[in-house]
Write a protein that binds this ligand. Structure first.
Ligand code: HEM
Ligand code: HEM
Length: 186
């Protein structure tokens, strides 16, 4: 049966949403796990960290392009609520992009070292120097922004759960892959 596109997010948006969640979860696990370890752990894990980061960047860019070409599900909600939701979602996108860009600006290989390879093959293009902040400064901003992103994501997940468990208004259903006639009301 063909699902109603006005009640669900477009299939591509849903796919990109859940791919973002999986890739972000992997990234955060590596960044706060083995990459945070002693000795050369950061240097050893950085190529994988940047490869996953580049994948997230590609997903977000594709998702934003797709997003401007599709319409959000239609709901009977107030203007204020629609505005607040849109504002929050834009903040999530902006924060993720800021994390990705500051990560790139924060990367500087040791002198005389070749740049790390993305996916084992592509050399990471070196970012230009921006403003007065050195690469180390951007790396610190990057790590701080991750906490802001995680905070926003936490609020977002709590909001989604509140819609699913308490409000049961179909907001969660609009983002999952269930069949319309068998889905729970959440
Ligand atoms: C959403 C995606 C990303 C997340 C969640 C993330 C998360 C983190 C975290 C938590 C740290 C601190 C790790 C530690 O304290 O050891 C870190 C460090 C770093 N990340 Fe990312 N990162 C992301 C994307 C990227 C990208 C795309 C790049 C570069 C292309 C990058 C480059 C770096 C660099 C250079 C460091 C500093 C490593 C050091 O301490 O020398 N990150 N990242
Ligand atoms: C288990 C975790 C998650 C759940 C259950 C979840 C659930 C949802 C739901 C139900 C919607 C639809 C909201 C609406 O129609 O008003 C949505 C949209 C959205 N979610 Fe999540 N989400 C999760 C994780 C994340 C994460 C980690 C991010 C990124 C940091 C994220 C970013 C977004 C964005 C930007 C939208 C707006 C739709 C768009 O413009 O693409 N979500 N999410």
């Amino acid at each position: 049966m063909r699902e109603n596109p006005r009640l669900h997010w477009h299939f591509g948006i849903r796919l990109m949403h859940w791919l973002t969640v999986v890739a972000l979860a992997a990234q955060v696990t590596i960044a706060f796990g083995p990459m945070n370890g002693p000795g050369m752990a950061t240097m050893n894990w950085l190529p994988l960290h940047m490869s996953i980061g580049a994948t997230i960047f590609a997903i977000i860019v594709l998702r934003l392009c797709w997003r401007v070409c599709t319409r959000a599900p239609v709901r009977q909600t107030s203007r204020l609520s629609r505005f607040a939701t849109a504002f929050f979602h834009v903040s999530l996108y902006v924060t993720i992009l800021a994390v990705l860009i500051t990560g790139w600006l924060g990367y500087r290989p040791m002198p005389f070292m070749p740049p790390a390879l993305l996916f084992g093959t592509l050399p990471v293009p070196l970012a230009p120097s921006v403003g007065a902040l050195p690469a180390r400064g951007f790396a610190l901003v990057h790590a701080k922004l991750v906490w802001i992103m995680l905070g926003l994501a936490g609020v977002h997940i709590l909001g989604a759960l509140a819609h699913f468990v308490l409000l049961r208004d179909g907001v969660m259903r609009s983002m999952v892959f269930s069949r319309p006639n068998t889905a729970s009301r959440g």
